[in-house]
Design a protein around this ligand. Sequence first.
Ligand SMILES: NC(=O)C1=CN([C@@H]2O[C@H](COP(=O)(O)OP(=O)(O)OC[C@H]3O[C@@H](n4cnc5c(N)ncnc54)[C@H](OP(=O)(O)O)[C@@H]3O)[C@@H](O)[C@H]2O)C=CC1
Ligand SMILES: N[C@@H](CC(=O)OP(=O)(O)O)C(=O)O
Length: 334
Amino acid sequence: MRPCRVALIGATGVVGGEILQLMEEREFPVQTLTVFSSAHSEGQRLSFHNRSVSARTLTKDELQNIDIAIFAAGSEASQDFAQHAVDAGAVVIDCSRAFRLDPQVPLCVPEINAQVIAQHDGMIAVPHSLTTQVALALAPLHAAVPLKRVAVAAYQSVSGMGHAAMRAFDQQLRDMLNFRQPELDVFPHQLAFNCIPQCGDFLDNGYTSEEMAIIDETRKLLALTELPITATAVWVPLMHSHAAAVTLETEQPLSPALARDLLDEAPGVVVEDDVSRLFYPSPVRTNGRDEAYVGRIRSDLSVPHGLHLWVVADNLRRGVALNVVQIAEALAAA
Ligand SMILES: NC(=O)C1=CN([C@@H]2O[C@H](COP(=O)(O)OP(=O)(O)OC[C@H]3O[C@@H](n4cnc5c(N)ncnc54)[C@H](OP(=O)(O)O)[C@@H]3O)[C@@H](O)[C@H]2O)C=CC1
Ligand SMILES: N[C@@H](CC(=O)OP(=O)(O)O)C(=O)O
């Protein structure tokens, strides 16, 4: 891999922090590293390979002489600045929803469709983290037996909403444990000791924006534009790791045993499925892990060719940062 001049936009956020940590762990060859935040965190010092780097406010002029510009700062910042980075010669890897469904922008989870990296025209997007983990489990099954329909029930942790939500959730827990009424500034309702069936904003069709992200991005990632797929997404009172109950139908029979074998062989997936030992994935055990964990693999008794899966993954690390760093590695190796 050739050393790269890297810009990380949103470095003081939870995804940005995870990307920095993974680049360090995987010894990504960084020639220069420039980190950006909003004006609010300007000057905040971050550590990379025991060196201290200071967060700067992003301006268009700052995006010169960069090989890889990683945007982890929300869709507004991506819309305002990503094209400038491309015009100045960088390849943008974008974590936001801004360009995920743009037909000109490849949407990539390297274990599923690494080939699209070479097709970029300056920009590559990574999916919503729940999309990543569900698609990692669906892809190897579909390759063996075509999918007919998918239904996803998503149990999303608070870190999926970023650092402000994590602080607000922490405060809600403290308030509740001290018999105080929690404040509702970030969340529409109490989330501590509760669930909120609203991830993102409501759309005219009754779904939320994150439910539609799971639907549309899964279709694009698996190159199955017509796949019948539906989703319900719920915030649950956990700090880290998303879980999903996935119900799928296939065109021909797919036994739980074959599904287990296919998933066992699949890159980025670990099968934990032995109910005789009460062995199945759970969020606390997937934190900090690089794979999507799959268990509770069983037939759906209500249809002829149906399966249930329970898929759990660290949303920050497996869901987004690992995708970003693997794409950067592929670019650096090209
Ligand atoms: N959290 C998750 O699980 C996932 C998140 N994503 C996407 O990743 C992106 C980051 O999310 P997340 O880390 O959770 O969010 P956070 O709120 O934790 O972090 C946002 C980061 O962006 C910075 N920022 C905001 N506006 C600007 C701007 N105009 N210019 C430069 N920096 C800016 C913030 O700086 P400051 O510190 O000053 O506020 C902060 O560093 C989002 O687009 C999100 O959709 C994608 C998949 C999963
Ligand atoms: N909540 C999403 C991150 C996000 O903010 O997605 P979007 O950019 O689609 O709103 C996740 O956990 O992955």
